[in-house]
Design a protein around this ligand. Structure first.
Ligand SMILES: Cc1ncc(COP(=O)(O)O)c(C=O)c1O
Length: 396
């Protein structure tokens, strides 16, 4: 009998917990929105209403939702062979790597396929530290690179807010944004790598600009450090070019990308120059799921759609249209590049975000409290932007 009582008590405790948290560890703040379906740029909420998605699940849904070719590619791969590890050759994997390098229009020699942005950055940093034998990495104020030990170590403010590890695995210093004069002091012959988001995402679509990025490249060359572009958020066409490296004409030694790469199927990539790849041996890096055939099929579908639907051109056109028409109501200025847009607001952006959601429009915020961040699917059209500008105009 006591046993039964105990189990009843624990069952009701679990039910109470479930009511509070639905069993998901309560670590994310949530929008007042439950999505039950999605199509194109539209989400359907649990009340059956349509919501215009200008946030794309943190910059992921580049092709929008239920894209027919992407959906078919995943179904076909699932029916063909859903998984083999990197120990087994698969054409779909080789094709995805080759097409990604070609898409980049940058002189990369190889790709290491992984699962998430943080994992791509973790590996890029490891490669740089190992190849150079140096103890230090420089990052940029405001940067976000992920939540793992190395990626978190180079994330601005992580140690104060959530880092959790007792110490960082290497020495880290941060360069003030756009401060060209500060670069030389922070990037020295002890520096293995500089890691930078060319357009900072979470910070609020902060475009670091060609002069700053070129100065980082020059200083890395001077002291023999590697330059890593984190294009997890700003890459894969989001700036209107394949990568921000193309937009600014600055070549990194390594480039990481994720998010839009799989359009929602988890995948990420670390692209590297032939010189960097030459420092690696078998077993230097590894992963079970990275480069799985489903992920590769998703990547190939994304790359094909970007080309066939001329989405880079669309990103440039829609990015310009947003900047031309949405500086209205509480929005006073814009920043960022392409469809990584930061709209500066007179009131806290979280208030504007909540009011837009009431009007059926989902937008994001940023660590800058006065930036409303837009990361819409690349298939966006003028009429969707007109809905946003109309709604903003009605807000005080
Ligand atoms: C620029 C940048 N780097 C890295 C990451 C981490 O990516 P993931 O969440 O896939 O680990 C993010 C995620 O938001 C990001 O925006």
């Amino acid at each position: 009998m006591p046993k039964k009582k105990e189990s009843t008590a624990s069952t009701s405790a679990i039910r109470a917990l479930a009511r509070q948290h639905d069993f998901l560890t309560p670590v994310s703040s949530r929008y007042p929105l439950e999505v039950t379906a999605a199509q194109g740029v539209w989400l359907t909420n649990s009340r059956g209403e349509r919501v215009l998605d200008l946030y794309g699940g943190h910059a992921v849904a580049a092709l929008g939702y239920a894209h027919p070719a992407w959906t078919a590619a995943l179904a076909e791969q699932a029916a063909g062979c859903q998984f083999q590890s990197n120990a087994v050759a698969m054409r779909v994997r080789a094709r995805a790597a080759r097409r990604l390098v070609r898409f980049s229009r940058l002189p990369f020699g190889s790709v290491f396929l992984v699962n998430s942005g943080a994992e791509a950055n973790e590996n890029a940093l490891k490669v740089a530290l190992r190849a150079s034998g140096r103890p230090h990495v420089a990052a940029i104020e405001g940067a976000f690179h992920g939540r793992t030990a190395a990626a978190g170590a180079v994330t601005w403010g992580a140690r104060e807010k959530w880092y959790g590890f007792p110490r960082t695995p290497f020495e880290v210093s941060f360069i003030p944004r756009a401060d060209l004069a500060a670069i030389a002091a922070q990037v020295t012959r002890d520096t293995a790598a500089v890691i930078v988001e060319p357009v900072q995402g979470l910070a609020g679509a902060v475009d670091l600009g060609a002069p700053f990025l070129a100065a980082l490249r020059a200083r890395c060359d001077e002291v023999g450090a590697l330059l890593i572009f984190d294009e997890v958020q700003c890459g894969m066409g989001r700036t209107g070019e394949p990568f921000a490296a193309n937009l600014y004409g600055v070549r990194p030694d390594m480039l990481t990308t994720a998010k839009a790469l799989g359009n929602g199927f988890p995948c990420a990539a670390l692209l590297m120059s032939p010189q960097v790849a030459a420092s690696l041996k078998p077993e230097s890096l590894g992963t079970t799921f990275g480069g799985g055939p489903m992920a590769c099929a998703a990547m190939l579908a994304v790359l094909a759609a970007i080309k066939e639907q001329r989405l880079l051109e669309r990103v440039r056109r829609m990015g310009a249209y947003i900047r031309r028409t949405c500086i209205v109501g509480p929005v006073t200025a814009h920043q960022g590049a392409g469809l990584l847009v930061g709209l500066r607001t007179t009131r806290p952006a979280s208030e504007i975000q909540a009011e837009l959601l009431e009007c059926g429009i989902l937008a994001g915020t940023a660590s800058d409290p006065h930036i409303l961040r837009l990361l819409p699917p690349f298939i966006l059209e003028e009429e969707h932007v007109d809905m946003l500008s109309g709604a903003l105009r009605d807000l005080a």
